[in-house]
Design a protein around this ligand. Structure first.
Ligand code: GBH
Length: 478
C-alpha cells in the first residue's frame, strides 16, 4: 500500500476511522506532503503575449509598434530576429486552442495588441483587429477555455508620440481600456491591465535593452514609471466603468521577489520590508495609493509630477493581483538604516538557459507570501512561471526537457506550500504555451512546453507538456 492509498483508506472508509486519531492525522499529513493536491477549482492555464506569438504584423490594418521598430533596428535582437511572423498564431490560432484543449487547461492568458484595435493608439477603431480577437475568444469559449486578457504586454503603438515619456499615453491607454471592456466583457471576465512595469519603463528607457531602446538619464525615469502606473490606474477605472457586474480586474506584475536567506524571524521580516521598499515605484504604489517616503527620498528633485486624482486611480482596489514569478533575490537582516541587505550571487549560482533565470524554487512561495504579508490580498494568480531550456528534437521527434520539468515541479511545490498555509492563490498560468519571440533574445531562447519548428510552424508537445497535462488531470504535483 502506498502512502497515498494508506491516507485514503485511513480517512475515507464509510466515514469511520480505521485508525487511532493520532495515526489518522499522520496519514493525512503524509497524504498532503506526498501528493500536493491543489484546491478544488484551482485554475490551470498557459500564458502567451501578442507580439511574441501572433505574427501577421502587417495584416488587417495592424498599426506599427515600438517593438516593430526596435526589432527591425539591426543589432538590437539576437540574430536580428523580429516578430513579423513569430508563431503565426494570427492564422494558426485554432490549432493553438487545440493545444490548450489537449492539455486540459481551463484558462488561457493572452494579450491584445493595442495597435490592432487602435492602429495609432487612439481615434478610430480598426474593426478587423477587433474581429480577430472576437474569433480567438469565441474559439476558446467554444472549447471550454476561459480567456484571461492582458491589455498591454509591451507592444506600444508608435502613433502615440513620446511613448511612455508622455502623459497622453496613459490617457490613451484609459480610452483603449474602456473600449476593450465595453466590447469584450460579455465573454471575458478577467482583465489584466498591464504586464510588468519595469520591463517597458526601466528596461526600455534607462537600460535600453527593450523597446524603445533608449538610455535616458535616471532622473527622467521617475516620470516614465509614473505614466506606467497611471495608465494602469486609468485602465482599472475604465474597465470598471465599462465592464459588467462579473468583470474582474487586476494586473500581471513581476515584483522583485525577496527570499530570506534563512527562515528565521529576523530574515523573514527583512524580506517583507525589502518587498515594500524594493518595489516602491510599482506594486507598493498601487497597493498603498502613494509613493512611500523612502522612494521620494531617492527621487529627490526628480520626483514625478503627480496630478490631482492620479493616486485615486493608481490605488484603485483590484479584484486580483497576478504575479509573474521567475527568479530570487536573497535578502538578510542587518544593522543598516533600512535593516536589510541583498546578497550577491556567486558566479556558479545555477540558472536555466537564460542567464538571468537563476533557479530558486522557494521564490514561488515567497512571491506569494511577501505580497500577502505586506498588503491584504483577496485573490492572487500566478500569471507567469516557466523557464527556458536548450530543447533539441530527438531523431524520433521528441523533446526530453527534463530540466524544464524539474524547474516547474519544484516551483509548483513551493506555490503549493503557500496555498497549504492559507494564502489565497487561485490559479497558475505556465509561461509559455509554446516557444515564441523572446524579446531581445529573439527565437534563441525557448520557453514553451510545445516546441515550435519555425520553418514549418509545426508545434510538438515536449515532455513538459505531457507532465503538465498530468498535473492538471490530477490537480496535483506528483
Ligand atoms: C516575462 O518577463 C515576460 O512577461 C514574458 O513576455 C517573457 O517572455 C518571459 O518573462 C520570459 O522572459 O538581462 O539581467 O537585465 C520576465 C521578467 C525581466 C526577465 C527582465 C528578464 C532581464 C534581466 N524579465 N529580465 S537582465
Amino acid at each position: 500500500m502506498t502512502r497515498r492509498d494508506f491516507g485514503k483508506a485511513a480517512t475515507t472508509v464509510a466515514g469511520t476511522s480505521l485508525l487511532p486519531a493520532g495515526l489518522v492525522q499522520f496519514a493525512r499529513a503524509a497524504d498532503h506532503l506526498s501528493i500536493r493536491r491543489f484546491p478544488k477549482g484551482f485554475v490551470w492555464g498557459c500564458a502567451t503575449a501578442s507580439y511574441q506569438i501572433e505574427g501577421g504584423a502587417n495584416e488587417d490594418g495592424r498599426g506599427e509598434t515600438n517593438w516593430d521598430v526596435y526589432s527591425h533596428t539591426p543589432g538590437k535582437i539576437h540574430n536580428n530576429d523580429n516578430g513579423d511572423v513569430a508563431d503565426d498564431s494570427y492564422h494558426l490560432y485554432k490549432d493553438d486552442v487545440q493545444l490548450l484543449k489537449n492539455l486540459g487547461v481551463g484558462a488561457y492568458r493572452m494579450s491584445l495588441a493595442w495597435s490592432r484595435i487602435f492602429p495609432t493608439g487612439k481615434g478610430q477603431v480598426n474593426q478587423k483587429g477587433v474581429d480577430y480577437y472576437d474569433r480567438v475568444i469565441d474559439e476558446l469559449l467554444k472549447n471550454g477555455i476561459e480567456p484571461y486578457v492582458t491589455l498591454f504586454h509591451w507592444d506600444l503603438p508608435t502613433g502615440l508620440a513620446g511613448g511612455w515619456q508622455s502623459r497622453d499615453t496613459s490617457k490613451a491607454y484609459g480610452d483603449y481600456a474602456a473600449f476593450v471592456a465595453k466590447h469584450f466583457s460579455d465573454r471575458v471576465q478577467n482583465f489584466m491591465t498591464i504586464n510588468e512595469f519595469i520591463c517597458f519603463t526601466d528596461l526600455g528607457y534607462l537600460v535600453g535593452q527593450k523597446a524603445p531602446g533608449m538610455k535616458l538619464p535616471p532622473s527622467e525615469l521617475f516620470q516614465i514609471r509614473h505614466h506606467g502606473i497611471l495608465a494602469h490606474g486609468l485602465g482599472v477605472q475604465a474597465i470598471r466603468a465599462n465592464g459588467n457586474a462579473k468583470t474582474k480586474v487586476g494586473l500581471a506584475e513581476n515584483p522583485n521577489v525577496f527570499v530570506p536567506v534563512m527562515e528565521t524571524d529576523e530574515h523573514v521580516e527583512a524580506a517583507k520590508k525589502a518587498t515594500r521598499i524594493g518595489n516602491a515605484p510599482f506594486i507598493t504604489a498601487l497597493m498603498e495609493g502613494k509613493y512611500i517616503d523612502e522612494y521620494l527620498q531617492t527621487a529627490g528633485a526628480h520626483a514625478p509630477k503627480v496630478e490631482a486624482g492620479d493616486f485615486k486611480a493608481i490605488g484603485s482596489k483590484l479584484d486580483f493581483v497576478g504575479l509573474n514569478v521567475y527568479t530570487p533575490t536573497y535578502v538578510r537582516a542587518d544593522s543598516s538604516p533600512l535593516g536589510f541587505s541583498v546578497e550577491h550571487f556567486q558566479t556558479n549560482f545555477p540558472n536555466m538557459t537564460s542567464p538571468w533565470l537563476r533557479i530558486g524554487p522557494e521564490t514561488a512561495y515567497w512571491s506569494v507570501r511577501n505580497i500577502c504579508d505586506n498588503w491584504k490580498m483577496p485573490t492572487l494568480y500566478v500569471t507567469e512561471n516557466g523557464c527556458s531550456a536548450d530543447d533539441v528534437l530527438t531523431s524520433d521527434g521528441r523533446i526530453e526537457d527534463t530540466e524544464r520539468v524539474m524547474y516547474l515541479r519544484n516551483y509548483l511545490m513551493n506555490f503549493h506550500r503557500a496555498i497549504s498555509e492559507g494564502y489565497p492563490l487561485k490559479g497558475y498560468f505556465l509561461w509559455s504555451l509554446m516557444d515564441n519571440f523572446e524579446w531581445e533574445d529573439g527565437y534563441n531562447k525557448r520557453f514553451g512546453i510545445h516546441y515550435v519548428d519555425y520553418k514549418t510552424m509545426k508545434r510538438t508537445p515536449k515532455l513538459s507538456a505531457e507532465w503538465y497535462k498530468q498535473v492538471i488531470a490530477h490537480n496535483a504535483v506528483e
